[in-house]
Every structure is written in structure tokens, then in C-alpha cells.
Design a protein around this ligand. Structure first.
Ligand SMILES: Cc1cc2nc3c(=O)[nH]c(=O)nc-3n(C[C@H](O)[C@H](O)[C@H](O)COP(=O)(O)OP(=O)(O)OC[C@H]3O[C@@H](n4cnc5c(N)ncnc54)[C@H](O)[C@@H]3O)c2cc1C
Length: 394
């Protein structure tokens, strides 16, 4: 609906993308009822606009929505191929369409109000929040707002990289892919001057797979650059592109920065998703943190508590990521070497749990010990000096 006058609700979701869809699904999962909900987004998200790959334990209510999952994945470097057994975790692929459908179903059950307009300012008086449109007209009054509109960090980071990528959904007429074998990261791609690149392969079955080229670095490629990189990666895989059809193209840019994302800008506004700091700075992975926070929000609402999740990542992980980003950016350590050592010297489950932000301090120490010590020490000192300079400037 288009709102002509402000509606009163208990909870307003401002931004209805990934993070909000997972909150809606979680409200359903926890059987929340009687909550007045509004969703404010000029776009009603539907269809396939992204593919989420993530790891976790099997057996939650998203399982029926998965396109595929793998209990082992390959990490490939010029030195060789490692097969990581992920048990008890699994790597999973979830396309956006079933997630948006699931969210729409939850909206219907909650009888949520949909406001198809952009939100502007949020006025929080500590009791209620007024959501205005960009012209200052009131759209919604809400007890709590979960805001996932894309935004920049509060301050620019000392290192600001991007994870940017293009994927081709490739369809074949005959068996071409091994559905049991997903490639998590394949570092045999030509490495950029600054940053790190890798390809990956996520097969849905033996005739259909997502083949993607990704870079972590400060600058984007142009259209032709992504296509050339993907053709090069397909060659490395031994794929004959003339025998394959590109069914869909998936592009994306995700921030990788140590700039701070504010998760609680005012008493009754909570930021979620990338805007709330759910994107892991050293990898761009976001989904697991969004899923975790959505579940915490729904649990809290079901128990009549404020919908405030725990921070997406512990502070020590954000510090470690800032150091890693700095070491990579300033060339203290090569990207391939960095990831190679991480997977070489740690059990896969520890690496994946670390990347999800759920490892213990003892496990974090083990992860740190596996990084090249001398260059990382340089980056730690550089990071500390950078922090001090920023604090003095402020
Ligand atoms: C193509 C792609 C693939 C990705 N793959 C992965 C992956 O495999 N694994 C992983 O962990 N992460 C992945 N990510 C990163 C992350 O998981 C996604 O970006 C995720 O969608 C972030 O959710 P979000 O809610 O923060 O943002 P979005 O999903 O982008 O939602 C933001 C919403 O805000 C709305 N909005 C914007 N302006 C306004 C306004 N003024 N008022 C109201 N609403 C507004 C938008 O219309 C949008 O619906 C991927 C990202 C992309 C782009």
C-alpha cells in the first residue's frame, strides 16, 4: 500500500532486503503473533537478485529453501588442492527468491503493513520513532525501528576495500559439473597488483552451476574486465564456454572496511544487515551474522523484550580484521599466502567459525598464530598508530 497518513505499529522494518527478510522469517519461526509490523521500502524485493553462500549446522527451517549444500569444499592455490571436510557444518547455497517468498508469507501471517516509499529521517524521542519520507512527511510511528538501509560507515575506515565480483549461472546440455564438489576459493586466478582474487564454483547439479570471479581490493573492474576475468577462470577450470549457456549474471559489491558501522544510533533504532556491521571486514561474508541477529531479534520480541541483538562480531575480531586488512592493503603479506596459511594451519571448522565471529579467545589465538607473524606485527603496530592518530584528530 501507499501510506497517505502515518500508521502506528510496534515494529517498523525500514529497508526490506536480506536482513529484514530474515527477521520476518524468524518472527514466523518463533510464532510471534499480535505484533503490529510495517515494512518500509520503495522496492518490494522478489526473485533472484543474489545468491547467499554460507556455512552452518544443518537442520534449521531454511534447509527446505536451499538450492544445494556440500559437506566438503575445495580450496585451491597454485601449490595444490585441499579438500576441506566441514562436518558437522555444511556449506550451503540459498538463492534470494525463496527467502523473499518466505518473508512475504510471514508478512501475510503477521498482517504487516507494506509502505512502498523511501524512508528519510527517523525521529526517535526515546518512546516512539517517527519514520518520515524524504520530504518530511510522517510515514509510520513505531515502538522500535530496525533500519537496514544501505549506508556508509560512521567514519571512513583506515583501510577501505571492496569485495566485488561477477558470477555466471552456467547451464550445460550434458554432465559438466560435479555436484558433490563445491570450490570455496580458487586462488589460481591472476592476482591483481593490489588486493587478492579468486574464483569459485557452486554446482547445483551436474548441468547447472554458479561460477564466480571475486576480487578483494580497493578498486572495481569495468564490465569487460569482469567478463575477461570470468572467461580466464572458466579456462582454468577446463570449461568449454561455447558449449555452455550463461543463464543469469550476478554482480555485487560489498564493503570490506574497518570503518565503524553504528548499530544503535538512537534508543529505539537498531541497525541491521550491512548497515549494522553484519559484513565481516576481512571477507565480506554477511549472511550468517544477519541470520544470527534475526533470530535474536525474534526471540527477544517473542519474550516481550526489546529487539536488540548482540553485536554482529566481537570487538577483538574487528581488531583482527582491521590488522589483516591493513597487512593485505600495505603489502605486508600476500593475499594468497594469507588465506593459504589460514586453511593450512587450522582445522576447517575453526576457520569457518572464526569467519562467522563465533570462536573463543583461545581459538582466536590459534588463528592468529597461523598468520605470518613478522609482517602481521608490523600491521598491528601500524593499526595502533593509525587509531591513535584518528583519536588525536577527533
Ligand atoms: C549479489 C550479492 C551476493 C551476495 N552474496 C553473499 C554471500 O554469498 N554470502 C554472504 O554472507 N553475503 C553475501 N552478500 C552480502 C550480503 O549478504 C547482502 O548484501 C545482503 O543482502 C545484505 O542485506 P541488507 O539487508 O543489509 O541489505 P539489502 O539486502 O541490500 O537490503 C537493503 C534494502 O534497503 C532498501 N532501501 C534502500 N533505500 C531505502 C530507503 N530510503 N527507505 C527504505 N528502504 C530503502 C533497499 O531497497 C533494500 O531492499 C551478497 C551481496 C550481493 C549484492
Amino acid at each position: 500500500m501507499h501510506a497517505s497518513s502515518a500508521v502506528d505499529v510496534d515494529l517498523a522494518l525500514v529497508g526490506g532486503g536480506g536482513a529484514a527478510s530474515l527477521v520476518l522469517a524468524a518472527l514466523d519461526r518463533h510464532g510471534v503473533s499480535g505484533l503490529r509490523v510495517a515494512v518500509v521500502d520503495p522496492v518490494h524485493k522478489r526473485g533472484q537478485d543474489r545468491t547467499w553462500a554460507f556455512w552452518g549446522l544443518p537442520g534449521d527451517d531454511l534447509d527446505p529453501l536451499l538450492s544445494a549444500s556440500w559437506s566438503q569444499v575445495d580450496v585451491v592455490t597454485p601449490a595444490g588442492r585441499r579438500v576441506l571436510s566441514l562436518d558437522p557444518l555444511r556449506y550451503a547455497m540459498l538463492r534470494s527468491a525463496p527467502v523473499y517468498d518466505r518473508a512475504a508469507e510471514a508478512e501475510r501471517r503477521l498482517d504487516a503493513v507494506r509502505i512502498s516509499a523511501p524512508a528519510g529521517e527517523l525521529r526517535d524521542d526515546g518512546e516512539r520513532v517517527v519514520v518520515r519520507d524524504p520530504d518530511g512527511r510522517d510515514l509510520v510511528r513505531a515502538g522500535w525501528v530496525l533500519d537496514s538501509r544501505p549506508r556508509r560507515p560512521k567514519r571512513p575506515g583506515r583501510t577501505s576495500w571492496l569485495q566485488h565480483f561477477r558470477g555466471w549461472w552456467l547451464a550445460a546440455d550434458r554432465p559438466t559439473f560435479d555436484p558433490q564438489r563445491a570450490v570455496l576459493m580458487d586462488f589460481r586466478t591472476p592476482q591483481p597488483q593490489r588486493g587478492v582474487s579468486f574464483g569459485y564454483v557452486l554446482p547445483v547439479d551436474d548441468r547447472f552451476a554458479l561460477v564466480e570471479y571475486t576480487e578483494f581490493g580497493p578498486t572495481l573492474l569495468d564490465d569487460a574486465g569482469y567478463d575477461a576475468a570470468l572467461r580466464g577462470y572458466a579456462d582454468l577450470l577446463g570449461l568449454d564456454l561455447s558449449a555452455l549457456r550463461v543463464r543469469e549474471v550476478e554482480d555485487g559489491v560489498i564493503p570490506m572496511t574497518d570503518g565503524p558501522f553504528e548499530s544503535r544510533p538512537s534508543p529505539r533504532v537498531v541497525r541491521l544487515g550491512t548497515a549494522g556491521g553484519a559484513t565481516r571486514p576481512s571477507t565480506g561474508f554477511t549472511f550468517s551474522a544477519m541470520l544470527r541477529q534475526a533470530d535474536q531479534v525474534a526471540r527477544a520480541l517473542a519474550a516481550g523484550r526489546p529487539p536488540v541483538p548482540a553485536p554482529a562480531y566481537p570487538g577483538r575480531h574487528l581488531w583482527m580484521d582491521a590488522v589483516a586488512l591493513r597487512a593485505l592493503d600495505r603489502g605486508h603479506v600476500g593475499g594468497v599466502e594469507f588465506f593459504e596459511r589460514l586453511f593450512d594451519r587450522n582445522p576447517p571448522e575453526r576457520v569457518l567459525r572464526f569467519l562467522d565471529g563465533v570462536t573463543s579467545p583461545a581459538e582466536d589465538l590459534a588463528v592468529m598464530r597461523s598468520s605470518p607473524l613478522l609482517p602481521m606485527t608490523g600491521a598491528v603496530l601500524g593499526d595502533a598508530a593509525g587509531r591513535l592518530r584518528a583519536r588525536l584528530r577527533r
